[in-house]
Design a protein around this ligand. Sequence first.
Ligand code: ASP
Ligand code: MG
Length: 413
Amino acid sequence: MATTHYETVPEVAGDAVSGSPDIVVMKFGGTSVADTEKITEVARRLVRAQEEGRRVVGVLSAMGDTTDELIRLAHQISPRPHPREYDMLISVGERISNSLCAMAVHDLGHEAISLTGSQAGIVTDTVHGKAKIAEVRATRINDALDAGKIVLVAGFQGVSADSHDVTTLGRGGSNLTAVALAAALGAGACEMYTDVEGVYTADPRLVPHARRLPAVTYEEMLELSASGAKVLQLRSVEFARNHDVRLQVRSTFSDAEGTWIVDEEDPVLEKAIISGVAHTDCEPLYRVRHIDAARLFERLAAANVNVDTILQVSSDEIVFSAPVEDREACEELLGGLDVEWSMRDDLGKVSLVGAGMKSHPGIAAQAFATLGGIGVEPEVISTSPIKIACHVRTEDVPKAVAALHDAFELGAA
Ligand code: ASP
Ligand code: MG
């Protein structure tokens, strides 16, 4: 199972601790705010929620590919951008989208205020590029809500309590901003608006008859996010689970119900053995010899690498995988240790996820038989109580996903 980062419990200022079920946090991803027309559409949606009597906090991602562009710029000017300046730069995209949206709300005849992460009271540690939220000081948001304003918070960013510098929360971090605010404000709902209608049984680009799931548990969503489902950032799901924030993933472009992310006792849950198949096209696999496991994983943790699969192959050899984003950090770290190591980047990972696996034997056997039947041999297999994951050759990923999806009858009837 993936290594998890637990964020500390946010402290909440003032009377918000008791929670305000009439508050809704509405988060919109980059494709939902890709141009000014879409931002105006989002503004209308926020206004509509306010007109329905709710206190509205919007969290917008940067427009379209803005963050990618900013990252490209940084690497154009410097092979190793200075971490503080890097966060100063890449946090800018969210300021643009949220201030534009506030302007659009004004033009619709409603009051709005956009806030940076720092102004919104998102206080973090100083790990630039991957900061953890330490505290949410929600006074300013509460005051603005009390004044009848729609509050727009720039996602993906906070301020370091120690250095007072701008920090960012990792790619997809606007999700975390939204969940942390929902927890701190005691919001009745945290709605994640995106370009798909919810969480699917598999990526519909690989499996056209994949089905939207009405609800999944936090545990399942954690495994799906850790296994490559891109719809929600992993850390935001962890935060939601730890702070009991009920999430809804839904489409910006329709009124469809979407998918609820809830705990196991929630009545919206329909019990299924398997919920879905997630995949990544590339998950680098590292083989390291002559090193003590404790020492290796301490060093990887210190470098903030999110280690996934770990295998002790022999007393002298360890194999582990880590997401492609952490490749540079892994290579640098291993290069600096006095060890023999190698890396493979021709493998992806296919993961079967379902809470019902816990009480159903035979799922692994059926999964391996299915892969064997299409001539796919897993290089590495790893499991958790609710997941079976196989590293397979990248070119085999699409057919492995499709075969598992069909074998477990996950598609539309
Ligand atoms: N704009 C940031 C990113 O692209 C944060 C987000 O979209 O959630 O990673
Ligand atoms: Mg983005």
